[in-house]
Design a protein around this ligand. Structure first.
Ligand SMILES: [Ca+2]
Length: 327
């Protein structure tokens, strides 16, 4: 009697586009370059400057470097221009915003590596300030398009919570007209600093655009000494970090992303007609969904037609001669 079940052998292969940190190879480059040159060198010869996700990677980098009294670049930098608005609805930010967003002289300076929130200074110009500082703040109410100056001094986060509770959010500055309205609202208030909705994330992202919460700062670092230190080095005697002037020349660490190819064999047995294109598509779709749900995005699926398998142990050759699905 003819068996209706088929044995399938599924071949799955594919490179992983998003690799966990352990799939990286690390390199210490014994050449003196500034941070930007080091970044270019790593991108040309390897993948990028290193991202240090945890203490194991920090220790690995430290162990592969020479014990010399010097520093080496990592991929971490402090991007002074990665500002975001608290009010994130994209509709709010149509058009150019630069002509009416004016930084006060010498700002943003990220003083002491501690200024990640923005206040209007002297009611017109922007200054990055410590987010924990308490200032009056400007809320925006989208329902009646009004600007509300709250004269109670709060930290930036507390001000944000207040505005979100009682109005819409801390104000953005979206146009010349809005800037004029804000200036009018502040007029005569006498406030020196007033929080607006501009902020950024400290020390993010790394050169390869990934993020990591691990840090290994030397005591009293980072300090943005002289407001000139926006790139991060590792001390080669101790493995601890400091912020340094990006234009200085140091050795550096690069990484190479290792692309893995995995082949998975899978046997499916079914009463269904596995030669049916429709069924093959259904199986493919289900497997694709499973792989995507596991975070595997780089794979191929291909079916290969071969001999039918019959449930007869004497015809073992059919195990390799059944329907093949290739990924
Ligand atoms: Ca500042």
């Amino acid at each position: 009697m003819e068996e209706t079940s088929l044995l399938l052998i599924l071949l799955v292969s594919g490179g992983l586009s998003t690799l966990p940190p352990h799939s990286r190879e690390y390199h210490f480059v014994n050449q003196l370059m500034n941070w930007t040159e080091a970044q270019s060198y790593c991108r040309e010869h390897f993948t990028d400057l290193v991202t240090i996700y945890n203490s194991n990677i920090n220790q690995l980098l430290f162990s592969m470097s020479p014990r010399i009294n010097d520093w080496a670049w990592t991929g971490l930098y402090n991007d002074r221009y990665s500002w975001k608005w608290s009010m994130e609805r994209k509709l709010f930010y149509v058009g150019s915003t630069h002509e009416f967003l004016i930084w006060a002289n010498g700002q943003p300076d990220c003083a002491y590596a501690n200024e990640y929130c923005v206040a209007l200074q002297g009611q017109t110009q922007m200054d990055d300030r410590p987010c924990g500082d308490s200032y009056p703040f400007l809320c925006y109410n989208a329902q009646n398009t009004s600007y509300i100056l709250v004269m109670e001094s709060r930290s930036w986060s507390a001000a944000q919570s207040y505005c979100r509770t009682y109005h819409t959010d801390l104000t953005s500055i979206r146009s010349k007209e809005e800037k004029s309205n804000i200036t009018l609202t502040l007029n005569g208030s006498g406030v020196q600093y007033v929080w607006i909705g501009l902020y950024r994330d400290p020390w993010a992202p790394w050169s390869d655009n990934t993020t990591s919460t691990f840090t290994n700062w030397k005591i009293s670092e980072p300090n943005n000494y002289g407001s000139t230190q926006y790139c991060v080095t590792m001390n080669l005697m101790a493995g601890i970090w400091s912020d340094s002037g990006c234009e200085l020349r140091y050795n550096f660490f690069c990484f190479t992303a290792v692309t893995k190819q995995t082949v998975v064999k899978m046997k499916l047995q079914s009463e269904a007609d596995m030669h049916s294109t429709e069924i093959q598509q259904q199986v493919s779709q289900q497997l694709s969904g499973l792989m995507l749900s596991e975070g595997l995005t780089d794979f191929r699926i291909r079916w290969r037609k071969v001999q039918s398998y019959r449930d007869d142990q004497s015809k073992k050759q059919d195990v390799d001669g059944g329907c093949k699905t290739e990924f």
